[in-house]
Design a protein around this ligand. Structure first.
Ligand SMILES: [Zn+2]
Ligand SMILES: [Zn+2]
Length: 329
């Protein structure tokens, strides 16, 4: 990425999806990038990305050698969906795209749950993702796989960059430009600052439960390994796959800016996010899997929030809404 903080601002038409009532690009336009992230923070990103991944690689032989308790499996699944749905329903569909309105408790709960995924604080995550929609698969997109060309070598480089390479750069999206609504929200700004603490909670929480249930250090250790490290790594790769795989291979039934695709094998693990072509065609829609049989667990959860009265003004894919989309074939 060769952007500099002084890169010219995109025109209004570049900002494909300013969420409603968010003055993303109202004049004077702020720069796309903030000052670069400190080197120490960049090193931490390596640690928090690569250590869980090593655990994921070690997991298979260890599962053979150690066995794997049902408690570890249950904790891993529980924390996977708690943190994963925090990202999909919270960071993505609510905070980035405002696909529904949420009461204060739900809003804060979603911000905390998503922070347990170790994908960065809520404001940074949303700023990066709004930039992705503003510049999809063009210069300025923080994680497009198409920035290096279309030869096999360029695509391999692009895949790595989109999947996780982009995280290791020192570019920082300018939150004042892309997320003024969140920066001004005192609750969300506080939860954002608490991200380091929530990282400790997400790693040691499973260990604490495992230790207390089994009343053993061994139970704490295996829960830390499976429901802490391995679970974080698996969710990392599923989320990153939306940026890499779901912009490279799969179906593109709808006309949308960029090259986003629908990838059905990832539908369950990604909790509906892999219907990514529809998402780029209609970013504020609360449901991404709108076709028959397109499982979308996140949309179901938003439906539950609506029934409980915690969410309203949900942007469901009504026939009128779908009719505004353009089919490609
Ligand atoms: Zn995308
Ligand atoms: Zn999005």
């Amino acid at each position: 990425m060769t952007l500099s903080p002084s890169m010219p601002a995109p025109s209004r038409t570049d900002a494909a999806d300013p969420p409603p009532d968010v003055p993303i690009d109202r004049a004077p336009v702020k720069p796309v990038l903030a000052p670069p992230r400190p080197r120490a923070e960049a090193v931490l990103v390596y640690g928090f990305t690569l250590i869980p991944m090593l655990a994921l690689f070690a997991a298979v032989p260890l599962a053979w050698g150690w066995g794997l308790s049902w408690l570890d499996v249950g904790l891993a699944i529980g924390f996977y969906f708690l943190s994963g749905l925090g990202v999909t329903a919270g960071f993505h569909r609510y905070f980035t795209h405002r696909a529904f309105k949420a009461n204060r408790a739900l809003r804060n709960g979603l911000a905390v749950a998503g922070s347990l995924s170790m994908q960065g604080d809520v404001i940074t995550w949303v700023a990066d993702h709004r930039r992705h929609h503003a510049f999809t698969d063009k210069e300025g997109d923080p994680h497009s796989p198409w920035l290096f060309g279309t030869t096999p070598a360029a695509l391999a480089k692009g895949f790595f960059h989109a999947h996780l390479g982009w995280l290791f750069g020192r570019d920082r999206t300018n939150a004042d430009r892309f997320t003024p609504d969140l920066v001004a929200d005192r609750d969300i700004a506080l939860i954002s600052r608490l991200f380091p603490l929530l990282t400790v909670v997400t790693l040691l929480g499973p260990a604490l439960i495992g230790g207390l249930v089994t009343m053993s250090w061994w139970g704490a250790l295996t829960a830390f390994f499976w429901a802490g490290l391995v679970r974080v790594a698996l969710l990392h790769h599923v989320t990153w796959s939306i940026n890499s795989i779901c912009h490279m291979v799969g179906d593109r039934p709808w006309d949308a800016p960029g090259r986003a695709t629908n990838v059905w094998p990832l539908a369950v693990l990604s909790m509906g996010e892999s219907w990514h072509n529809l998402h780029h065609a209609d970013p504020t829609c609360a449901r991404h899997g709108i076709g028959r049989g397109q499982v979308d667990m996140t949309a179901r959860l938003i439906w539950v929030f609506e029934k409980l009265g915690w969410a309203d003004a949900v942007r469901w894919p009504t026939p009128r809404r779908v009719a505004r989309l353009t089919a490609r074939s």
